[in-house]
Write a protein that binds this ligand. Structure first.
Ligand SMILES: [Zn+2]
Length: 279
C-alpha cells in the first residue's frame, strides 16, 4: 500500500524527497516555467484561413522568485485533483503534470507563495487558483468585479468554483500597472480588453534579459504581424485590446524585452521547464 501511494505520488510529480526540499534563497530574480498542458482550439478554421498551421495552444504557469518573495503567475487549466497518472483530458485540454507537484519538486508549497496573480480569470488560467487563496492576490479592481459580481448570473459558469476561494483572500486591488517588489524587476502591466482587468507581466532577468509574459493579449505570433487578425477579439472589448497591444509593443521596444506568448505552443516547447529556470 505504502509503495502504491508513493508510486502514485511520484506519478503526479510529488515525490517524497522533493516535497521535503526547502525553497532556495535567491539573491537575484529567477523564473520557473511549469508545464500545465495543452489546449485544442475550439474554432481552428479562421486560424487556418489566416495561415496559422499549428492551432493547439500551450498552457503554462510561471513562478517568479525574488529576494523579497515569490509570485505565481497563472494556475493551469485542469485542477490538480483531477489529474491522473498518465494524464487527464477535460473538454479541449490535456494535462500530464500537476502544478503542486511541479512546485514541490523545486521546494515550494502553496504557503511559500507570497503573491498570486492571474493574467485573467478564464478557466485555462485559473484552474488551481483556490490552492493559493492563502497568498496575497494581486488583481485589477475591474477583474475582481467581473469575477465576483454583486448579483451572480443565473447560469453561472461552473468553472468559477475553481477560483471561488479568492473572494476571501488578502487582496491588493490594482488600478493599472503595479511594481510587485518595488524595484522595477517584476511589474504587472495592465492590459485590459480580453477581460475587463486582463494583465501581463514584465520580468527583468539579469542573464536572460527582460521578458514580458503575454497572458492572452496574444495567443499566436500571427496576431502581431497580421494587424487585422484578432481571433479572440469577440471575447472581450477589442477596442480596449488594441490599445493594450499598442501599449505592450511600445514597452517591448523601450525595454528591449522579449514577448513570451503563453499559448504559443511552438515557442513554449523551446523554453526550459522547471526544475530548470531563467535568471
Ligand atoms: Zn488563455
Amino acid at each position: 500500500m505504502r509503495f502504491l501511494v508513493t508510486a502514485l505520488l511520484a506519478g503526479l510529480g510529488v515525490c517524497n524527497m522533493a516535497a521535503q526540499k526547502a525553497a532556495p534563497k535567491v539573491t537575484s530574480v529567477r523564473m520557473y516555467v511549469f508545464d500545465c498542458g495543452r489546449l485544442k482550439s475550439g474554432n481552428p478554421q479562421p486560424l487556418l484561413d489566416r495561415g496559422v498551421t499549428t492551432t493547439d495552444m500551450s498552457v503554462a504557469a510561471y513562478l517568479i522568485v525574488h529576494p523579497r518573495g515569490t509570485l505565481l503567475w497563472d494556475t493551469g487549466v485542469i485542477p490538480d485533483e483531477l489529474i491522473q497518472p498518465g494524464g487527464t483530458t477535460e473538454a479541449r485540454a490535456t494535462v500530464q503534470k500537476t502544478l503542486l507537484g511541479q512546485l514541490a519538486e523545486i521546494g515550494y508549497q502553496p504557503s511559500d507563495i507570497t503573491y498570486l496573480a492571474l493574467s485573467h480569470n478564464h478557466y485555462d488560467h485559473s484552474a488551481n487558483a483556490n490552492e493559493f487563496a492563502g497568498s496575497t492576490w494581486l488583481v485589477q479592481r475591474t477583474e475582481r468585479a467581473a469575477m465576483f459580481p454583486e448579483t451572480p448570473p443565473k447560469n453561472q459558469n461552473p468553472n468559477t468554483a475553481r477560483f471561488a476561494a479568492l473572494k476571501d483572500s488578502k487582496t491588493k486591488l490594482l488600478d493599472g500597472d503595479y511594481d510587485v517588489f518595488g524595484d522595477g524587476s517584476v511589474v504587472i502591466i495592465s492590459t485590459p480588453g480580453h477581460t475587463p482587468g486582463h494583465q501581463s507581466l514584465f520580468v527583468n532577468l539579469k542573464k536572460a534579459g527582460p521578458v514580458l509574459l503575454s497572458g492572452d493579449l496574444y495567443h499566436y505570433p500571427a496576431e502581431r504581424t497580421l494587424k487585422d487578425f484578432t481571433p479572440f477579439g469577440n471575447l472581450g472589448n477589442s477596442g480596449q485590446e488594441a490599445v493594450s497591444k499598442a501599449k505592450v509593443e511600445a514597452l517591448l521596444k523601450e525595454k528591449k524585452a522579449a514577448l513570451w506568448i503563453q499559448h504559443d505552443i511552438i515557442a513554449d516547447a523551446q523554453l526550459k521547464k522547471s526544475p530548470a529556470y531563467y535568471e
